[in-house]
Design a protein around this ligand. Structure first.
Ligand SMILES: Cc1cc2nc3c(=O)[nH]c(=O)nc-3n(C[C@H](O)[C@H](O)[C@H](O)COP(=O)(O)OP(=O)(O)OC[C@H]3O[C@@H](n4cnc5c(N)ncnc54)[C@H](O)[C@@H]3O)c2cc1C
Length: 405
């Protein structure tokens, strides 16, 4: 850094640096000390989330009108990196707040829906979970069966969502569902349903490899009343546009997912660096071994490459915008892969201690593994990138020459 004479195009401004410092400080005091407990017990990170709320860190992306700071994807990414460096489960709580249902509600929802949910979310008094995935509709989300049927001036919702992160503690659900008469991607829209509405029931909680404190729930919707105020975006049986709008909103979530991967990997790399400098074998620190330095070099290169892709995607979103799909898909795939590689290598250089539950690296490894599946798998991102590149589409990089196929 000291020998750089040019300017980092993604350098953080004063507000962003202050936000990072605040997030780092609160995370060190309130998140890190509770992370192992959450992993052992599966207790949701309510206490850590309350501390983040008290530090105003759950207000990051919600508009000022609703009690938030109105920041964009860059700032969300900064805080997610810092929190995930210590604990991915707590970062997922932030992710749901920044990049989950509240974004959609603010951008697309009717006034009554915004009034009901956004101030409560900004204050840390409400958490919303998102229900897209179904037993027979994961990557092939357009095959979903959860559907509305017309009922007077509103609808009734019936269906089953089997992977709603933190759905067991959520106050409401953003549910993707099919409008009457729709097929495939046509007719898919979304509603927001309070968790205590008759017909909403929790049917199970997953026992997963990682993110134990922010695991996923299975939720059934049995003839749940849907009023016009509950409709986030109406499906249109003749059009795929509402579905495309919902998919575009997922780019916020994908950038948040990538940010958590980068943060967790950063924490793992730094832990490994400390360990290699402190671990003395044969009178010398392990850090002096070139073979191990090369491992650190590869970890740092993978991590920084992915971070740069992510920075570009979130900066391209601009204030109040949405990260572009192609750059986001590249960033998510790169961050997922970098996190897998870095956390794995960090465990390896700690030897037996890396594999031990007494050290945080095996938890980070298990946690980021789930992030490689959630918010669209790595393969789903590759499908999107490949299907664009093969048609001659370009990224925002001016070095690409656009071709049409
Ligand atoms: C930690 C975690 C949190 C999650 N949180 C939520 C949440 O909050 N809300 C929610 O709705 N869902 C959530 N999910 C579900 C997640 O979005 C789905 O698991 C994911 O989209 C994959 O769907 P699937 O599990 O049905 O796998 P499938 O779609 O059945 O895929 C199985 C495998 O095949 C690959 N595959 C599928 N289709 C193709 C193809 N066309 N080409 C190449 N490969 C393909 C996939 O990449 C995957 O490796 C979460 C999942 C995890 C692990």
């Amino acid at each position: 850094m000291a020998d750089a004479v040019g300017r980092d195009p993604f350098a953080e401004d004063d507000d962003q640096q202050a936000l990072r410092e605040l997030a780092r400080d609160v995370t060190a005091r309130e998140v890190l000390p509770r992370a192992a407990h959450g992993d052992e017990t599966g207790d949701p990170p309510r206490v850590a989330a309350k501390a983040l709320a008290e530090a105003d860190l759950l207000r990051v992306t919600i508009g000022e009108e609703w009690g938030g700071f109105g920041y964009g994807d860059v700032e969300a990414s900064i805080v997610l990196e810092e929190v995930a460096r210590a604990d991915v489960s707590t970062a997922i709580w932030c992710q749901l707040t920044y990049n989950g249902p509240p974004r959609g509600i603010e951008h697309l929802g009717p006034p009554a829906m915004r009034e009901r949910w956004l101030p409560a979310v900004a204050n840390g008094e409400a958490l919303l979970s998102i229900g897209i995935t179904e037993p027979d509709a994961g990557s092939a989300v357009h095959e979903m069966r959860t559907a509305l049927r017309a009922d007077g001036s509103g609808y009734r919702l019936n269906g089953y969502k089997n992977y709603s992160t933190l759905g067991h503690v959520a106050d409401g659900f953003l549910v993707w569902c099919r409008w009457p008469g729709g097929e495939g991607a046509r007719g898919i829209g979304a509603v927001v349903v309070p968790a205590d509405r008759p017909g909403v029931s929790l049917t199970g909680v997953h026992s997963s490899m990682g993110v134990h404190a922010a695991t996923e729930a299975e939720v059934a919707f049995d003839d749940v009343e849907i009023t016009p105020d509950d409709i986030l975006i109406a499906g249109d049986p003749r059009s795929t546009e509402p579905f495309k709008l919902l998919l575009a909103h997922l780019n916020h979530e994908r950038c948040g997912n990538a940010s958590m991967c980068i943060g967790a990997a950063q924490g793992a790399l730094e832990y490994a660096v400390r360990y290699l400098n402190e671990r003395v074998i044969g009178g010398e620190a392990l850090a002096t071994r070139q073979g191990l330095q090369w491992k650190l070099a590869d970890m740092a290169i993978e991590l920084e490459s992915a971070r740069l892709l992510l920075r570009r995607a979130v900066h391209l979103a601009g204030p109040g915008g949405t990260p572009p799909a192609l750059e986001t898909a590249m960033a998510k795939a790169a961050a997922n892969r970098a996190a897998k590689f870095v956390c794995d290598e960090a465990m390896q250089v700690l030897g037996g201690y890396g594999y031990s539950r007494e050290y945080p690296l095996e938890r980070a490894y298990r946690d980021i593994r789930g992030l490689c599946i959630g918010a669209g798998t790595i393969e789903a991102q590759l499908n999107y990138v490949g299907s664009n590149v093969v048609r001659g589409r370009t990224t925002t990089s001016p070095a690409w020459i656009e071709q049409r196929f």
